[in-house]
Ligand binder design. Structure first.
Ligand SMILES: Nc1nc2c(ncn2[C@@H]2O[C@H](COP(=O)(O)OP(=O)(O)OP(=O)(O)O)[C@@H](O)[C@H]2O)c(=O)[nH]1
Ligand SMILES: [Mg+2]
Length: 288
């Protein structure tokens, strides 16, 4: 596999800026992608966060398998993590987020009230891998389109404070990855979810991973969408990619077929997808 520069200077800078802001906020909104909720947690952010209160927000639940989303909610809850699973476009989002943030901060807020301190806005920093939906969520929370959004990683390039009602002050940050993924599979899953610029990751690796996932978990959708025969699912990965390319009418343009597969999978055209589940983790928390 090619050497990939997924921790360029601007991400190191963004991480430094997160570190600078942490002492000034009450809570971290840590956004993870519901399709890869374990692998999209940033170990660098966890390290910087120490014991700063944290609300874990799973985004894009509309694209993930609901049964597996439930498994992850139970997994995190069993680790005393307050967790919310959202489709950012839902109307109830602002209410749910505010209630969960208050739950995480209940002791601190109660202590302030007991001291007779005036009620004030909760200050939150929103962090997460690129393209996970930070700016979308924050726009929804403030009910204005102030933060730029887009379906590609790296849309937000600097920090930006957004204020909602008197109850929340929110800091949007650029998406950050970390210098070294725990496993190659983690990188591939993040690439497939859209967190890594497509130009930085070998398309065919990602497409082969997508095919093997679909073959195992969504065989009917896979054969139906690309007009494959059930027997084609017995083919080795690269041969199945070849066959799919032919069925798409792309001759031997595997790159184009890979792009199509990745695009379809991200858009949910092959059904909801959950690329990892709690049962995949080994004792070291690595995804096998
Ligand atoms: N289906 C679905 N799409 C979502 C959801 N939340 C965000 N998106 C989409 O995800 C894409 C990325 O959203 P952004 O809010 O720009 O992501 P970001 O985390 O701010 O990305 P960077 O600024 O690049 O780090 C956009 O196309 C959003 O419409 C969700 O819950 N479900
Ligand atoms: Mg953004």
């Amino acid at each position: 596999m090619a050497t990939i520069q997924w921790f360029p200077g601007h991400m190191a800078k963004a991480l430094r800026q997160i570190k600078e802001q942490l002492p000034l906020v009450d809570i971290i909104f840590e956004l993870v992608d519901a399709r890869v909720p374990y692998s999209s947690q940033n170990p660098e952010v966890h390290r910087l966060a120490g014991d700063k209160p944290r609300l874990l927000i799973m985004t894009k639940t509309d694209l993930a398998d609901p049964a597996v989303v439930k498994e992850w909610i139970d997994f995190f809850a069993a680790r005393d993590q307050v967790v919310l699973a959202l489709d950012s476009r839902e109307r109830q989002v602002p209410k749910k987020v505010l209630a969960a943030a208050k739950q995480v901060l209940k002791d601190k807020l109660a202590a302030e009230a007991a001291k007779g301190m005036k009620k004030r806005a909760i200050r939150a920093i929103c962090v997460g891998v690129p393209n996970v939906g930070k700016s979308t969520l924050l726009n929804h929370l403030v009910k204005k389109n102030v933060a730029q959004t887009g379906n590609r990683p790296g849309v937000t390039t600097g920090q930006q404070w957004l204020r909602s009602s008197a109850e929340l002050e929110l800091l949007d940050t650029p998406g950050v990855l970390w210098p070294k993924f725990a496993t190659a599979k983690q990188g591939t899953m993040l690439a497939l979810s859209g967190a890594i610029k497509d130009s930085l990751y070998p398309k065919d690796d990602v497409a082969l991973f997508a095919l093997s996932y679909l073959r195992e978990n969504r065989p009917a959708e896979l054969t139906a969408r690309y007009h494959l025969a059930p027997a084609d699912l017995e083919l080795a990965g690269p041969d199945l990619l070849l066959k799919t390319t032919a069925k798409l009418g792309f001759k031997d343009d595997y790159d184009r077929a890979s792009e199509r597969l990745i695009f379809d999978l991200r858009k949910g055209k092959l059904g909801t997808i959950s690329l990892e589940r709690p049962a995949d983790l080994n004792e070291d928390g690595l995804n096998e």
